[in-house]
Design a protein around this ligand. Structure first.
Ligand SMILES: Nc1ncnc2c1ncn2[C@@H]1O[C@H](COP(=O)(O)OP(=O)(O)O)[C@@H](O)[C@H]1O
Ligand SMILES: [Mg+2]
Length: 254
């Protein structure tokens, strides 16, 4: 099983939306069997799917999602507040439950992480095959991107990373600024498709289903395209042991 961790140091970048949209797209359109981890102590993703957050995320069995088109193909490891008090080894243990027998029958793992998920980005070194960083196309989004990329320098060898622009409004100058920054400083990691600003996204939260399983929309189409694009990328990844320079984590920033 390969694992994609969706993370950024900034909140509100569409991490939860993206984790859910891609997991559902891979399950529905590509018939992959997916395990989703809600690594957010607030349990946003868990609640969005009409499940209750749990006291002991390490012990609770995963639940099968009963959503039409993906039923039987997606399992959810629910989140809970205890994750917010956990240290790095416990966070890693949540993502790699040794008791979970289903792992062998699962094609892909998708991990959602909390805002300010510094620990989760470090945990990615031990857990994830690919780090997906959503960036909301706002001035603060650019700040968050720079901080996240700075933090990633502490992981050696570099962790395979892709950046997804979200809430894109093409005519906004900041969209061009972020695109130019990425292509200059980190060539090759920006995904060729961005997710447009689209009222269907908040509406899908209200309907409590992934945007990729609702009515057709520009955001859903874009997420489906990203899901298609990422599958061969993920298949081509070979897992290496990644070390983390904790002094660099502590010392990074401006
Ligand atoms: N493409 C989009 N268009 C419009 N609103 C969006 C889009 N993506 C996310 N949002 C909204 O932005 C907010 C934050 O999204 P969320 O996925 O919860 O971010 P995070 O998990 O990074 O905190 C939510 O209210 C969500 O509905
Ligand atoms: Mg979230």
């Amino acid at each position: 099983m390969k694992t994609v961790m969706v993370a950024s140091t900034k909140g509100g970048t569409a991490k939860t939306t993206t984790a859910l949209a891609l997991a559902a797209a891979w399950a529905a359109a590509h018939e992959r069997r997916i395990a989703v981890w809600d690594g957010d102590p607030q349990g946003t993703l868990t609640r969005q799917l009409r499940h209750a957050v749990i006291r002991d995320p390490w012990a609770a069995a995963p639940v099968a999602l009963e959503i039409p088109r993906i039923a039987g193909r997606v399992e959810l490891f629910r989140g809970g507040r205890a994750l917010g008090l956990a240290a790095l080894p416990e966070i890693e243990r949540f993502f790699r439950r040794p008791d979970w027998a289903g792992r062998g029958g699962t094609d892909l793992g998708v991990i959602d992480t909390p805002p300010g998920g510094l620990l989760h980005i470090v945990a990615a070194a031990g857990t994830a095959d690919l780090l997906l960083v959503p960036v909301d196309t706002t001035p603060l989004g650019l700040e968050g991107l720079i901080e996240t990329m700075d933090l990633l320098r502490a992981i050696d060898p570099p962790l395979p990373t892709r950046v997804l622009l979200t809430r894109v409004v093409a005519r906004r100058g900041i969209t061009r600024e972020i695109t130019e920054y990425l292509d200059r400083r980190h060539p090759g990691i920006r995904l060729p498709v961005g997710i447009p600003e689209d009222a269907r996204v908040p509406e899908s939260h209200k309907e409590r289903r992934p945007v990729t399983l609702g009515v057709q929309s520009r955001a859903a189409d874009a997420y489906h395209e990203v899901a298609r694009h990422l599958l061969p990328v993920i298949a081509g990844l070979r897992r290496m042991p990644h070390g983390v320079d904790t002094a660099a984590v502590a010392g990074s920033g401006r």
